[in-house]
Design a protein around this ligand. Structure first.
Ligand code: PAF
Length: 281
């Protein structure tokens, strides 16, 4: 496995693969990797000849009071894990390498679907994601790119971006990887205290209970109220509990497939999760 830290170096490493029309798969990450990321790489490995993983903590997607400075940077440990799952090239550029040519005058905004859910609490976050992912796509020029369904809204934004701008890339959404107790894996789980880590799986439990209640015919809005109440009783500070269609349109009845979304804080740690529920008709 090679590690490249410059755009030029990465191009030089990838040019032979491009020249021989190899299928290039790309997994963008911010590092501090867990099984969820490794599963993205495993999926990429199945479909692609060459697998590139980027590790870049992107400053422009963090708000002023978010955890950019403290975000764990664990390149050495990440590199070991990536080598084990068959990554070919790690691209780990510096902020200077990605954004050195200041000022950056171009922004990328995906409208509507970003003015909802996490976009409401994190203004500018999805613009920052759209800019860095576009830059990374231009640098890596992959055939396939792999994103986790845990960040469902992010995945929808990237799919929209790729469609709107005719990027020649297939975006693949990979199902959420969960711990044995149901907690969706996330780099931020590492911030949880021992006690909060025990409470955190309540999110998934409430989502699964909601699924059962919906299947039994309970009203969608009652189900959402119940999730909120259960989380609050367990000690969460709930940010949102919402239902949307798989295309992120508002929905008030369970008369088609629905995705339930939760964002809630335990202590200072904000957790998100979602559950896709099929409507059987
Ligand atoms: O999901 C992430 O880790 C980041 O938002 C991404 C896609 C790597 C862009 O910085």
């Amino acid at each position: 496995m090679k590690t490249e830290t410059t755009i030029q170096g990465l191009s030089a490493s990838l040019n032979p693969a491009r020249a021989s029309r190899k299928i290039i798969g790309f997994v963008p990450t911010m590092g501090n990797l867990h099984e969820g990321h490794l599963n993205l790489v495993r999926e990429a490995r199945k479909l692609c000849d060459v697998v590139v993983v980027s590790i870049f903590v992107n400053p422009i997607q963090f708000g002023p009071n978010e955890d950019f400075d403290n975000y764990p940077r664990t390149l050495e440990q990440d590199s070991h894990l990536l080598a084990e799952v068959g990554c070919d090239i790690v691209f780990a550029p510096s902020v200077e390498q990605m954004y050195g040519h200041q000022p950056r005058l171009t922004n990328i905004s995906v409208a509507e679907i970003t003015n909802d859910l996490c976009g409401l609490q994190r203004p500018g976050h999805f613009d920052g994601v759209a800019v860095v992912v576009t830059k990374l796509f231009n640098i890596v020029q992959p055939n396939y790119a792999f994103f986790g369904q845990k960040d469902y809204q992010q995945l929808a934004v990237i799919k929209q971006l790729v469609r709107d701008l005719n990027m020649p890339i297939d975006v693949i959404g990979v199902p959420i990887t969960r711990a044995a107790d149901g907690l969706a894996l996330s780099s931020r789980n590492g911030y949880l205290s021992e006690q909060d880590r025990k409470t955190a799986p309540t999110i998934y439990k409430t989502l699964k209970l909601a699924e059962e209640n919906l299947q039994k015919g309970q009203n969608l809005s009652d189900v959402l109220v119940q999730i909120r109440a259960d989380l609050t009783a367990a000690g969460f500070e709930v940010d949102y509990v919402e239902a949307r269609t798989p295309m992120l349109q508002k929905i008030d009845q369970f008369d088609q497939d629905v995705v339930l979304f939760v964002a809630a804080k335990l202590g200072k740690t904000r957790l998100i999760d979602n559950l896709q529920i099929k409507h059987s008709s």
